[in-house]
Design a binder for this molecule. Structure first.
Ligand code: WQD
Length: 338
């Protein structure tokens, strides 16, 4: 029996493949390489010494999905595949709704046809919008979302809940990621954005490497300790390990449960810059600019449900996240094209 990992060549997907293989799990990986590269999977095999079946397949390719389930005994799915750029989603909403929502519906229909009703879903803390109470718990109401990307995550959560209501044999874990950063400590796999990074950590990494000149800091007039945005940064390896715990959990139960995967600690942009400077031994030039539309002042997790129910807790520090991010960047100046 195998676990299908959709989007397994991506940033979080590839790190999860490493942890799954190291834990002795049988995996089957699918990816369409829209926002990832085959080299990532080659390096997953190199790091673990393990092999696995791979299918180049798009979520919207029903026949391709059917082939995967026909050729393999899939007992569960870790579903990463999806478009994830907040800004892009505002420009091309139909592309995001079609790919992320229609694609997930297609996947669930094929899963149902093959009697596979176990899913770990890659959701996001973005579903909370501007959370009124911090730290945020899974019981917090969903917030006012500011972009189609975030809306697809929230809508898919509701679709999966309705699926369970219609058929109580489904078991789904909705993993709400806070801000994943860092890389595997080998420096062989990491975040490889297609062009100018939207997210802060890869942006800082490229400034440290001299690929970008200066970091724009989007506002220092928020109601936070130093005025810059506060986020719950979590090491991508801690996040990957959370998927294994969630998989073990859904195998033993039915229902739909949301889990916050965060450290429970908020750090500001300026604190992240300071941690990164310590990790790389260089000054990170930055300039304070206007706020980025859609940004919230602060969000960080209450991770106690994942600790109590999944037996998972984030262990790696902000400094370790920055050290590992820098090792990936400095060893791979052009990502997987290096
Ligand atoms: C973090 C902080 C910015 C860039 C998004 C998505 C979320 C998930 C993670 C996909 C904020 C500041 C950023 C820069 C800056 N993505 N910043 N200069 O917006 O918290 O979350 O990415 O799953 O769903 O919403 O992450 O890294 O873009 O921003 O000052 O060049 O860094 O204002 O305070 P965000 P981020």
């Amino acid at each position: 029996m195998s676990i299908l990992i959709t989007g397994g060549a991506g940033y979080i997907g590839s790190h999860t493949c490493v942890e799954m293989l190291n834990a002795g799990k049988e995996i089957v990986v699918m990816d369409n390489f829209y926002n990832s590269k085959p080299e990532a999977l080659r390096r997953v095999k190199e790091l673990t010494g393990k092999d696995f079946k791979f299918y180049e397949c798009d979520l919207l390719d029903t026949e391709g999905l059917i082939r995967i389930f026909k050729e393999n005994k899939i007992e569960g799915v870790i579903h990463f595949a999806g478009l994830k750029a907040v800004g892009e989603s505002v420009q091309v909403p139909l592309k995001y709704y079609n790919n992320n929502i229609t694609g997930t519906i297609t996947l669930c229909q094929v899963m149902e046809d093959f009697g596979c009703k176990k899913m770990v879903f890659s959701s996001s803390a973005t579903v909370y919008g501007n959370a009124a109470v911090l730290p945020v718990t899974e019981e917090a109401p969903k917030g006012e979302l500011t972009n189609p990307y975030g809306r697809t995550k929230s809508m898919i959560e509701e679709i999966l809940k309705d699926l369970y209501i219609s058929d109580n044999s489904w078991s789904v874990a909705l993993l709400r990621y806070f801000n994943p950063i860092g890389a595997h400590e080998s420096g062989r796999i990491g975040e490889d954005p297609n062009d100018i990074p939207n997210n802060i950590c890869p942006y800082i990494s490229q400034v440290a490497a001299g690929k970008l000149e200066i970091l724009p800091v989007y506002g220092n007039d928020y109601d936070t300790p130093d005025g810059t945005g506060v986020r719950d940064y979590i090491h991508v390896v801690d996040l990957a390990k959370g998927h294994l715990k969630a998989l073990d959990y859904i195998m033993k139960t039915t229902g739909v449960e949301a889990f916050n995967l965060g450290t429970g600690k908020g750090n500001s942009v300026l604190e992240l810059i300071a941690a990164y400077e310590k990790a790389c031994g260089k000054k990170i030039p930055y300039k304070i600019v206007g706020r980025r539309p859609g940004d919230i002042a602060a969000i960080y997790a209450d991770p106690s449900k994942a600790e109590q129910v999944l037996g998972w807790t984030a262990e790696l520090s902000l400094e370790k996240m920055c050290e590992d991010a820098w090792r990936w960047q400095s060893n791979n100046p052009n990502g997987y094209d290096s």
